[in-house]
Design a protein around this ligand. Structure first.
Ligand code: NAD
Ligand code: LMR
Length: 329
């Protein structure tokens, strides 16, 4: 049977993450090995030439699933009929920039992109925001797209989730595949809380198996939460291949489902679960099935975990109030 190609829009397509992402999308890793795709690349005018170069390389791969490439600096064109949108391009913080300036600059990107998605995207649009500050950029886009169901806007904490799994594997000598039910709560920032109290390693509770509170507090949590900054320090640029990999994982899992007995972490619009204020885009443990996700309910939250979830959610509340004060949502 010939399948209709899925329209996948990628913003910031000429950037580092774009370069690590597009070839994997075109090869079928985002949606499945039998799903053809059209790529829509959105860049700012200065990025168009480099995006054309990336498109030439995509052509040269002769990917059987790649049915078309559109390069544009117009959001209306990029999101026209989009089924999946990966919002990667964002305004990075530069020297002397205050947080308000950063939020304002990103509001100028994610507000109009949210509006363009509202007006032009396909009815089944799924949005992943990667560009930082990812949760609040996702909130801005979502609030500017009132006709799109709120749950279609998500922010990426899968990189944090994968980082937590990798650190647990390193600590215990288990294989990555043996590690299940890790949770990232809150913001994709240094306040995030990687939670191992419900995680399992080869079927055993991770926190009980490791039984090392000092390691948890002084090593594991800060290593995962500050990994982005550590990569920037060592590599001289922010994570790109691992971020692209996490974006692939996030969308693939959203579309194709979580494995039985496992869950993943996604920044999603809160329904008030676990005391996270309704409407905030915060990371939760979720299961996915048939293109939909559900927050894992009923987890016992210790005082230790509660304080850390509250701190990260508190930061999200501050960011939300700041962008509301700037008239961005
Ligand atoms: P980059 O600077 O290499 O590329 C960004 C690209 O976005 C550039 O080509 C730029 O021209 C383009 N761009 C800027 N504004 C745009 C707009 N309005 N529309 C379309 N394109 C636009 O950056 P990168 O390394 O690819 O990272 C991209 C973003 O992802 C950054 O904000 C980074 O902090 C973030 N990031 C997030 C995570 C996460 O886990 N959520 C991980 C790593 C990086
Ligand atoms: C990461 O987690 O690697 C990035 O979000 C870091 C950054 O600030 O770009």
């Amino acid at each position: 049977m010939t399948r209709t190609p899925v329209n996948v829009t990628v913003t910031g397509a000429a950037g580092q993450i774009g370069y690590a992402l597009l070839f994997r999308i075109a090869s079928g890793q985002l949606l499945g090995a039998d799903v053809p795709v059209n790529l829509r690349l959105l860049e700012i005018p200065q990025g168009l030439k480099a995006a054309e170069g990336v498109a030439m390389e995509l052509d040269d791969c002769a990917f059987p699933l790649l049915r078309g490439i559109t390069i544009t600096d117009q959001a209306a064109t990029a999101f026209d009929g989009a089924n999946v949108a990966l919002l990667v391009g964002a305004r990075p913080r530069t020297a002397g920039m205050e947080r308000g300036d950063l939020l304002q600059a990103n509001g100028g990107i994610f507000g109009p992109q949210g509006k363009a998605i509202n007006e032009h995207a396909a009815d089944d649009i799924k949005v992943l925001v990667v560009g930082n500050p990812a949760n609040t950029n996702a909130l801005i886009a979502q609030r500017n797209a009132p006709d799109v169901p709120a749950e279609r806007f998500t922010a990426m904490t899968r990189l944090d989730h994968n980082r937590a799994v990798a650190q647990l594997a390193k600590k215990t000598g288990a294989t990555v595949g043996d590690i299940k039910k890790v949770t990232i709560w809150g913001n994709h920032s240094a306040t995030q809380y990687p939670d191992i109290f419900h995680a399992e390693i080869a079927g055993k509770n991770a926190a009980e198996l490791i039984n090392d509170q000092a390691w948890l507090e002084s090593d594991f949590i800060p290593t995962v939460a500050k990994r982005g900054a550590a990569i920037i320090e060592v590599r001289g640029a922010s994570s790109a291949a691992s971020a692209a990999n996490a974006a692939i994982d996030h969308v693939y899992t959203w579309v194709n489902g979580t494995a039985e007995g496992d869950w993943t972490s996604m920044g999603i619009v809160s329904d008030g679960s676990y005391g996270v204020p309704e409407g905030l885009i915060s990371s939760f443990p979720v299961t996915t099935k048939d293109g939909k996700f559900e927050i894992v309910q009923g987890l016992e939250i210790s005082d230790f975990s509660r304080a850390r979830i509250d701190a990260s959610v508190g930061e999200l509340v501050e960011e939300r109030d700041a962008v509301a004060g700037l008239g961005l949502i």
